[in-house]
Structures are given as structure tokens and as C-alpha cells.
Design a protein around this ligand. Structure first.
Ligand SMILES: C[S@@+](CC[C@H](N)C(=O)[O-])C[C@H]1O[C@@H](n2cnc3c(N)ncnc32)[C@H](O)[C@@H]1O
Length: 348
């Protein structure tokens, strides 16, 4: 898995408990990013639909959510990975843009990324191997970059990990069924099927994923875009179509409200943190259609109490908001029975 802002790594044990408690058989992960959460849903034998606007996220979802490990020949994948690992490097667009003009990767690795990516396009475009090979390349490149985790800038001196040699690993595919969709959540929502469980993890500040991970976009699209600035970002980072309503304080509340209104699900689990532009009251009101709403607060992995500053079903304030620090929150919405069971499951 790649380093990713807002990745739910530390919250996974809690999310897994919540998902298990719902006993849902169908699920939707609307802002799937790395697909970490969608994978946890698939692990619990749910049919998962994973949605995100990012091209690299689609690669991950095609690999880990849509492919069914029990129906493909894994030996073919192993052989293709070995073949790609043995290719000699040859400098192209990637090396020039991200190793010379900007210094995100050491040239020896950039050259191999160029060769490997070119062969994935020429030899595997029509094959089921295309997405797992791309996912393998993205994960391998992430391991040897010279950044602090986002691609807004690169380090002045090479990071230690950037000296290691790029090495593709065979992605561990999962058995089960799922669907990947590269789309804007609000545009797609009405055409998505009804599910028993929906998980929402939208961006909650102004930092745009398209600009933060522009190299992954380019590596997947393989379109040699014009770039600008020291970070060598894609010129189309500035285009309206690559901006998300969820990255603006002005548009985020209405976008989330519209999404929740149009969601066809029995149970909703929504992540946000205390940097978010929405108050607990606003979030609770948005979820009113479900019946019961509770908000759980977590200090990283640790559960620090439910209902702190939350509202109960009659709209009465329950408890007091926690102290200002970096808290993760999970909104639970659904029937009063299921919400009570969910709260109970993480208290135990
Ligand atoms: C907080 S991250 C999700 C992280 C994810 N849960 C994980 O664990 O990797 C938010 C995601 O929303 C995506 N995104 C932003 N705007 C979107 C939109 N309008 N529709 C769908 N996805 C969007 C971003 O590309 C990013 O991957």
C-alpha cells in the first residue's frame, strides 16, 4: 500500500469491528483512495463497490477489489512481475520530469520505471494482468521515493530509501467479488446500486489529492503532460475538472449533504476528523434520515468515548466536546437497533 494522506490505517481495527457487526453482504466505499477500507469489507465476504476520482485509486480498486483471486492464474502474474523486474532501465519522460527536472526518484530507478511502464502499456494493455502490474509498479515506486509522503515537494537531499533498487512484488490478490468505478461521488451516486452498508471518507480540507499525488496520476495515465513549478505538477492540476467540491469550505457541506441524501443504504459509517469544516451538529442533521445517529471519537487507535459532544435522537446535546486535539471521528447512522449494536461493539 502507498503512503497516503487520510489513509485509515490506524482506525482499521475499529472499522473492521463495526463492519463485522453490521453483517452486511453488500457495501460501498465512496472515497476509496488506497482501497484499504474496501479491502477490509471484501475480506468480510461483502460485495464491494469502490469509487474514487483518482486514476491510481482505480488501479488499486481494479486490482484488489474487482479481481477475484480464485478465478485467475496467479502463476502468470508471478512470471510477468519477474519479467518486468529483469528489464534494463532506459530514460524517458519519467526520468526527465521526476529525476532530473525535479528530484523525486534517483535516476537509476526512474530509468527502470520508464522501461517497466512502457512494457506494461505495450505488452499487457489488453490482459487481465494490466492493473495488478500497474499496482505493483506504483507500490514499488512509492517505497523508493524521496518525499515526505506527498508530491508537493521533494527532499533537498536524497532520502535514504531512494538509494534502494526498485523492486516489484507480486500483489496479493483477494478472493471475492467487487466493482471499481472511477467517478465523482456526487455524479455517480444516483446510478449506484442500493447497498446494506456505505462507508464515506471524503477529503476534509483544502489539500487536493490530484496535486498531492500528481506523479501517480501521470504514471497511470502515461500521457507525458506539460508541467509547471518546482514540484513539476501536471498543468491540468489547475483545471476545474480536477478539483473536488470536497476541498472547499464553500462547497463541501452541500456536496456531502447531497451525497447522503442520495445514498441508498441501510447503514452509514462516515469518517472525519476535527479539521473538518462541519460541526457535529451539522453532520448529525445531515444523517437524520437514517433514524439514529451517534458519533464516536478516537485519539488515533484509542477509543476515547462515544457521544462526547454528540446529539441524541431528540436533538439534545449529550456530553461535552472533547479537548481540541487531533481526533478522528466516526459517524454511525442507521436504525436505532443497529446503531446501538455498533456503539456497543467498539466499547467492548
Ligand atoms: C481521505 S481520502 C480516502 C482515504 C481512504 N479511506 C484510504 O484509507 O485510503 C479521500 C479520497 O477522496 C477522493 N476524492 C476527492 N474528491 C472526490 C470526489 N468528488 N468523488 C470521489 N472521490 C473523491 C480522493 O482522491 C481521495 O482518494
Amino acid at each position: 500500500m502507498i503512503k497516503y494522506l487520510g489513509s485509515k490505517r490506524s482506525l482499521m481495527p475499529v472499522l473492521e469491528t463495526l463492519f463485522r457487526t453490521t453483517q452486511a453482504r453488500t457495501a460501498l466505499d465512496l472515497f476509496t483512495g488506497t482501497t484499504r477500507v474496501a479491502q477490509a469489507l471484501k475480506q468480510q465476504s461483502m460485495h464491494v463497490t469502490a469509487v474514487d476520482t483518482a486514476s491510481y485509486s482505480e488501479v488499486f480498486a481494479k486490482t484488489w477489489i474487482e479481481l477475484d483471486a480464485s478465478t485467475v492464474n496467479l502463476v502468470e502474474l508471478e512470471e510477468a512481475v519477474t519479467r518486468l523486474n529483469n528489464l534494463r532501465g532506459s530514460a524517458g519522460y519519467f526520468t526527465k520530469a521526476f529525476c532530473e527536472q525535479a528530484r523525486y526518484f534517483q535516476p537509476k530507478n526512474g530509468e527502470r520505471i520508464d522501461s517497466i511502464r512502457a512494457v506494461i502499456e505495450s505488452d499487457y494493455r489488453q490482459s487481465w494482468l494490466y492493473f495488478p502490474l500497474l499496482a505493483s509498479l506504483l507500490v514499488a515506486a512509492d517505497k523508493i521515493d524521496s518525499t515526505t509522503g506527498v508530491q508537493m515537494a521533494y527532499l533537498k537531499s536524497w532520502s535514504r530509501r531512494s538509494s534502494a533498487d526498485l523492486e516489484l512484488k507480486v500483489p496479493e490478490l483477494m478472493p471475492g467479488s467487487g466493482k471499481s468505478l472511477r467517478a465523482d461521488a456526487n455524479s455517480a451516486i444516483e446510478s449506484l446500486p442500493a447497498v446494506e452498508l456505505a462507508y464515506l471518507d471524503p477529503p476534509y480540507n483544502q489539500h487536493r489529492y490530484f496535486g498531492n499525488y500528481h506523479i501517480w496520476e501521470t504514471l497511470v495515465r502515461w500521457d507525458s503532460p506539460e508541467t509547471y513549478g518546482i514540484a513539476n505538477k501536471r498543468l491540468d492540476t489547475r483545471d476545474a475538472e480536477n478539483k473536488s467540491q470536497f476541498n472547499s469550505k464553500l462547497t463541501m457541506p452541500a456536496a456531502l449533504g447531497q451525497l447522503i441524501t442520495n445514498l441508498k443504504t441501510e447503514t452509514l459509517v462516515l469518517s472525519y476528523n476535527n479539521e473538518s469544516w462541519l460541526s457535529r451538529r451539522e453532520l448529525t442533521d445531515m444523517c437524520a434520515k437514517f433514524g439514529a445517529v451517534e458519533i464516536l471519537d478516537f485519539d488515533f487507535k484509542r477509543y476515547v468515548g462515544s457521544q462526547i459532544g454528540g446529539y441524541n435522537q431528540s436533538g439534545e446535546l449529550v456530553g461535552k466536546p472533547g479537548a481540541k486535539r487531533n481526533l478522528e471521528h466516526i459517524v454511525l447512522a442507521g436504525s436505532s437497533r443497529i446503531v446501538a449494536e455498533l456503539v456497543d461493539s467498539v466499547r467492548r
